[in-house]
Ligand binder design. Structure first.
Ligand code: NI
Length: 218
């Protein structure tokens, strides 16, 4: 939904627009707590994601993410992977497709930064990509496989980079200058954010505690 596109990793994916309005939140029938989460600022989102990788090796984290997801969805029936906790929220299948296509975007960004001098890194509307890409109808395990293969290609590339190449940068519409190293760290955190989301969905935690609201798509 358009509303969802205003927040979360969208701050990174695409042009940041104004924060969601109160009316939009009511239309989605969300709680006050959830409204607070949904109106998380770009700054807070950045800080929350930074906490995931603090003191950790983002490359090691990036390596394990596809395996972690494979473990999480192992033996889970497809119907469950396609179920949504609420209208407008992503199913596990849609999250996996998002991870695959986000990795596709990052693949391009890393290489643009390595090849050109401070290239502009265009954002994208993740909800639009989900619609035109028909994420809801992907095969969940194929989505994970696409994510895994793209990730492996990027890990192979990381292994070749010199210190100077790690410091090459691009210019993102909202975040300004970002280096290859920073994007690598961001993507490790982005994985964790979605892995936590998958855990919550499969754990049924939010299904049982509806009053506490639903996790955001980001
Ligand atoms: Ni995301």
């Amino acid at each position: 939904m358009g509303f969802e596109s205003l927040r979360g990793c969208q701050f990174f994916h695409s042009a940041y627009r104004s924060p969601p309005t109160f009316i939009s939140a009511i239309a989605l029938d969300v709680t006050e707590a959830e409204q607070k989460r949904m109106s998380e600022t770009a700054q807070k989102y950045k800080a929350r994601l930074a906490a995931y990788t603090e003191g950790k090796d983002p490359i090691a984290m990036q390596k394990t993410a596809p395996q972690t997801l494979a473990q999480l969805i192992k033996d889970v029936p497809e119907a469950k992977l396609r179920s949504k906790l609420a209208p407008g929220k992503w199913s596990v299948t849609e999250i996996l497709a998002h991870l695959a296509e986000d990795e596709l975007s990052s693949s391009w960004r890393y290489r643009q930064m390595l090849e050109y001098d401070g290239p502009e890194l265009l954002g994208f509307d993740q909800e639009m990509w989900a619609r035109v890409g028909d994420y809801a109808w992907w095969q969940p395990r194929e989505a994970l496989e696409m994510f895994r293969l793209l990730r492996e290609a990027n890990l192979r590339m990381f292994a070749q980079l010199t210190p100077v190449q790690w410091q090459r940068h691009g210019v993102h519409a909202e975040r300004g200058e970002i280096t290859v190293r920073e994007l690598c760290r961001h993507m490790a955190a982005h994985d964790m954010n979605h892995i936590d989301q998958v855990r919550r969905i499969l754990g049924g935690k939010f299904a049982r505690k509806r009053s506490k609201g639903y996790p955001p798509n980001n």
